[in-house]
Design a protein around this ligand. Structure first.
Ligand code: AOF
Ligand code: ZN
Length: 367
């Protein structure tokens, strides 16, 4: 091959690498824009959009609260004429339906956007590939799947809800280093420090519902509201009966199979459910393999015996083969405590294998 052609080929491939690198950087900015509205859009997704004009100037937008503009519309408004010939980076496939707002795919076409880079397709039945198809039909170049793993993680509660009809389940527990959540007399205030407790309030604020067992509601009488951080209060859910004078009132009382409980919460537009205990409820969700994320606040403290209450009340893995093994999705220091986030591979999230004959072990709400 003549050397100038080789050089041209080299330049082309470097150009492609540079474009891919730039695409990744812009998608990272779109994800960050979406995260800024994490607690204000549910049951809609917290989408981020970055529009990069041919001049290189960029404009970003994020989904407004329900009924308001979608991310693309906010970014298009910021870009104005600069959207002509631009590339739009959107974490979620632009919508193609007339919902509370007109279709974003059409708005992108009308604004003269040349190329659209999408993180993940929108599993919402009203969209589901139609947004991408609409853009392509209009001659817009579309690429799907840039930084898709990070977008999947950022939008996980929304994607889980639209794919399964159920919320993403986050189990939160505050524990000593030896895995105990309360003293033998039941006292648990406070195992972790103020920074960890504030973070737990942030978790509540980003959850659409918070669930505790009736025993915990009776014993601890938690308010289950968001304090320490700014945010709206989640729907409060108690498994079993709740005293009319309990601080968690008004709350929804649910009972029965935990799968049915999740279906019911999904129908109520709960994208993320925070399970806050106690140990019996933690065990029933874990044993039924219904936990998507385990968030453990671990204090530098030891009860130092086997009489304090453990994380899970119920039979665990009987042998090493049943160990529920996963990976730390994140490890952080919060004040003097640690915040560990564990995700189990769905397929090997064994834990105690529920015995179908024993209805306390099949995900029944027992508290
Ligand atoms: C987008 N960009 O920023 C968001 C989208 O009730 P509506 O009209 O707001 O529609 C909600 C649906 O729109 C939601 O279920 C999801 O499919 C999509 N959300 N789409 O193009 C956005 N938030
Ligand atoms: Zn839209």
């Amino acid at each position: 091959m003549p050397s100038e052609r080789r050089a041209a080929r080299r330049q082309e491939s470097t150009g492609a690498v540079n474009e891919a690198g730039a695409d990744h950087a812009h998608m990272a900015a779109a994800i960050a824009a979406g995260e800024t509205v994490r607690t204000t859009t549910s049951p809609n997704p917290w989408v981020g959009c970055v529009i990069v004009a041919p001049s290189g100037e960029s404009f970003s937008g994020a989904t407004r609260p329900p009924g308001g503009a979608h991310a693309e519309i906010v970014a298009l408004a910021a870009a104005g004429d600069a959207a002509h010939g631009a590339t739009a980076f959107v974490t979620l496939e632009p919508c193609a339906h007339v919902g509370r707002t007109p279709p974003c795919a059409d708005a992108l076409v009308r604004a003269g956007v040349r190329r659209v880079v999408v993180g993940v397709l929108d599993p919402d039945r009203r969209v589901d590939g139609r947004g991408v198809a609409r853009l392509r039909e209009a001659g817009v170049e579309v690429e799907v799947g840039v930084r898709s793993a990070e977008v999947e993680r950022s939008l996980a509660p929304y994607l889980t809800h639209r794919r399964t009809g159920r919320p993403l389940v986050v189990l939160k527990l505050a524990t000593t280093l030896d895995g105990r959540i309360a003293a033998p007399d039941g006292e648990s205030k406070w195992i972790t420090g103020p920074a960890a407790r504030a973070d737990a309030h942030r978790l509540r604020a980003e959850s659409d519902a918070v669930l505790v067992g009736a025993g915990t509601a009776r014993h601890d009488d938690p308010a289950l509201t968001v304090r320490a951080v700014h945010g709206r209060d989640p729907l409060r859910v108690v498994l079993g009966d709740l005293d009319p004078s309990a601080r968690a009132q008004p709350a929804v009382s649910l009972r029965g199979d935990l799968g049915d409980v999740l279906d019911e919460l999904g129908r109520r537009d709960v994208l993320q459910l925070l399970v806050e205990g106690g140990a019996r409820v933690a065990w029933s969700f874990h044993a039924a393999r219904l936990v998507d994320r385990y968030v453990l606040y671990v204090a530098p403290a030891l009860f130092g015996g086997d009489d304090a209450l453990g994380l899970f009340a119920g039979p665990g893995a009987p042998t090493m083969a049943g160990l529920a093994r996963g990976r730390f999705a994140s490890v952080e220091r919060l004040g003097s405590d640690l915040r560990l986030e564990l995700t189990l591979a769905r397929d090997d999230a064994a834990g105690a294998t529920p015995d179908p004959a024993d209805d306390t072990a099949t995900g029944k709400a027992v508290e």
